[in-house]
Ligand binder design. Structure first.
Ligand code: CU
Length: 280
């Protein structure tokens, strides 16, 4: 193998590897648990911070590796070469390699601290309040404004900031909806807060939620479902939750009510439920 042939083949292999890596990272839409979304200001803020850190990290990596390769090739040992001159210390170099990382750290620290302050700030006062209580091994969601509570199901109106008060009934848990925001811990005797605003363009969609802190034998089953809905759909969901349970009384939109007994008609079921309501 000739000396010029080898680096060229290495470069080709590196390029092919980089192209493959870029291809695998193309479409985040296929990955429901991806955090690389802009569905809320929380994920958009964290995502742009990640992008910025990755950008500076890439510049540092490329510069350092290029310099390393240059030195390895340029100053490699040649046949018949005398022993190189021994040097000890170089003030200019030492000042430089202290000053440059300090400047890089400033570029990283300023946006990081700014994002921390923004995501840890108090939610706006008109936010929808939701109390989240972690249990071994399920999620309780309370909407004090509407006097409604649910288990493992979270309904959120789009375009309105939601403020979660995170508490635990037993051990440590962690609240995480990857596509929307998180994670934040649920700690005993302490309330943590997390807020975000689902984008108003989202419409009716469902999202995965997980407990992200090992909390015992059934930790892996401690999942929940998040539904983002339009404000109108949210109001109708709240009304539905507040309505007393009545079997077969109200048909779901676009569905015929399931009869209580074979041959029972919708009208008969409605009359029976009205009679029941009047008698109550
Ligand atoms: Cu848990």
């Amino acid at each position: 193998m000739t000396r010029t042939h080898h680096p060229r083949r290495l470069a080709a292999a590196l390029l092919a590897g980089a192209a493959l890596l870029a291809l695998t990272a193309c479409d985040t839409g296929q990955y429901p648990n991806s955090i690389f979304t802009k569905h809320t200001e929380f994920n958009a803020d964290v995502g742009s911070l990640f992008g910025r850190l990755f950008f500076w990290g890439t510049i540092v990596f490329v510069l350092v590796e290029a310099l390393l390769l240059y030195v390895i090739i340029k100053f490699r040992r040649k046949p018949g070469q005398a022993e190189p001159k021994h040097v000890h210390g170089n003030t200019t170099l030492e000042v430089l390699w202290t000053a440059i990382p300090a400047v890089i750290l400033v570029f990283i620290a300023v946006p990081t601290v700014r994002t921390i302050f923004r995501t840890q700030a108090k939610a706006r006062p008109d936010a929808l309040q939701v109390e989240v209580i972690g249990h071994q091994w399920w999620w309780e969601f309370r909407y004090p404004e509407y006097n409604v509570s649910t288990a493992n199901e979270l309904y959120l109106p789009t375009g309105r900031t939601v403020n979660f008060a995170l508490k635990t009934a037993d051990v440590l848990h962690s609240f995480w909806i990857p596509a929307l925001a998180g994670k934040r811990d649920l700690i005993s005797n302490h309330t943590n807060f997390l807020w975000f605003t689902p984008d108003s363009a989202l419409g009716a969609q469902s999202w995965n939620g997980h407990c992200a802190e090992y909390c015992g034998a059934s930790h892996a089953n401690m999942k929940f479902r998040v539904y983002t809905v339009t404000p109108t759909e949210f109001d109708s969901w709240v009304a539905g939750q507040k309505a007393p349970a009545a079997y077969g009384a109200v048909a779901a939109p676009g569905q015929s009510p399931s009869p209580a007994t074979p041959g029972d008609s919708a009208a008969a079921a409605a009359t029976r439920s009205q009679a029941g309501a009047a008698g109550a």
